[in-house]
Ligand binder design. Structure first.
Ligand SMILES: [Zn+2]
Length: 413
């Protein structure tokens, strides 16, 4: 335990977390066993347990086999003592889910909210969150925090959206954490959606045994959430992981960021649709995508995905070609960060069966051989819920911070 008190509020929190985590890991435990494992004094344990019993996070159960004298009562963690809310925001739809303190998030709901104007958008979002908190037998006072996944560049330390191409210019430098906390009167944690998805894999997905992982979001834009040694890699300004703007083609198409030839400008969904439209005139008339275009007069990414299942189709070939670029970018990520697992997620992941092998082969070809061999590339199993699940994990991570993380916070405070 921490010997230097320094900041007593933090130390108290640290000890409390140590007790909760120890009970979660070794339950059922007596107070005496807790004191022994944590190194805290019996009076300190008694005080902390009294607080935890009051808020129902810990419950007394059964009686220990007595060795004479008073029978010590065992303590158990109560995962239903509180709930957390996870939210993923996009421009016209927000997704909300809830989780208890131990199990996967559930009750995913979609709300049609126009987030173009931050002030009105946040008010609508807060109303939707309150609606979720008030339904289905939840007791509002049992909510412990709200996590929100946003698209764009954020400063998670300040709790601001710096710039979001997806949400629009009005969000530049908007203090989202402060505004939402005022509306909800609950602690709010924000994170970029790809980083939240990486955290979702770590907490609920294929990465629960893995401290070093990368989540690659292939959607309208392309970005990555990078977890190294169990921490989200933020970078100095909180903007790390923008692999969509990795320069991949000299003099290539113009990108949203102002450069040319970024990965996103070639392989993002708008780029794929744009390229298919440009090439439609020369595609044979019996190709499935061409037929869809002739039939409807337009095509969307859904048409591309649907027709990619047909052997030797234009769409299948388009996705494979795209995947070589994505694979090269991932090879660089593999060389830089040496992760255990790369998760392929985002809107395009539903079509991953048509291109995942191309990505794997490209990474094998271009990444440093030993590093490539030790990297597993998987399709994310969390699908469209990864943002909401990651947002739930943002709050859970704070509630159950590891002791070493708490120590770092104490030192930074
Ligand atoms: Zn760019």
């Amino acid at each position: 335990m921490l010997k230097e008190p320094g900041n007593s509020k933090y130390v108290k929190k640290l000890n409390r977390m140590a007790v909760i985590n120890t009970i979660k890991e070794h339950e059922p435990l007596s107070r005496q066993q807790l004191a022994k494992i944590t190194g805290l004094t019996p009076p300190a344990i008694t005080g902390i347990i009294r607080e935890l019993l009051d808020i129902d996070i810990v419950r007394e159960v059964g009686l220990d086999k007595s060795r004479g004298g008073r029978r010590p009562v065992k303590l158990r963690f109560n995962p239903y003592a509180g709930y957390v809310i996870g939210v993923e925001v996009t421009r016209f739809e927000s997704f909300i889910g809830t989780a208890d303190l131990k199990n996967d998030p559930t009750d995913f709901q979609t709300f049609k909210l126009d987030m173009t104007e931050p002030e009105t958008g946040i008010k609508q979002l807060a109303a939707a969150i309150k609606q979720v908190m008030n339904e289905k037998g939840y007791i509002q006072k049992n909510f412990l925090g709200v996590g929100v996944a946003f698209p764009g560049l954020l400063n998670v330390y300040e709790g601001t959206v710096k710039r979001s191409i997806n949400l629009g210019n009005n969000w530049n430098n908007f203090p989202v954490k402060k505004t939402l906390e005022r509306e909800l009167e609950l602690p709010v944690f924000i994170e970029n959606n790809s980083n939240a998805s990486a955290l979702a894999e770590r907490w609920f997905g294929g990465g629960t045994d893995c401290k070093d992982l990368v989540y690659v979001n292939l959607g309208e834009g392309i970005s990555a959430g990078i977890m190294m040694n169990d921490r989200i890699l933020q970078g100095a300004g909180g903007h790390a992981g923008e692999i969509g703007h990795m320069s991949i083609q000299e003099g290539g198409p113009l990108c949203n960021c102002g450069n040319r030839g970024c990965l996103e400008s070639i392989c993002g969904i708008p780029a794929l649709v744009r390229r298919a439209k440009a090439e439609l005139p020369v595609i044979p008339n019996d190709d499935a995508l061409k037929k869809a275009w002739i039939h409807k007069g337009k095509i969307s990414v859904e048409d591309i995905i649907e027709s990619a299942s047909i052997k030797e189709s234009y769409s299948g070939e388009l996705l494979k070609q795209m995947s070589v670029y994505v694979g090269k970018a991932i090879a660089n990520v593999v060389n830089f960060y040496n992760p255990n697992i790369i998760f392929i997620g985002g809107k395009m992941a539903v079509a991953a069966e048509y291109f995942i092998d191309v990505i794997k082969n490209t990474v094998e070809t271009y990444a440093f051989p030993e590093i490539a061999l030790s990297t597993d590339i998987q399709v994310s199993s969390l699908k469209e819920n990864s943002g909401v699940m990651g947002a739930c994990a943002l709050v859970l991570r704070y509630l159950f911070k590891s002791n070493s993380d708490m120590l770092e916070d104490v030192q930074q405070a």
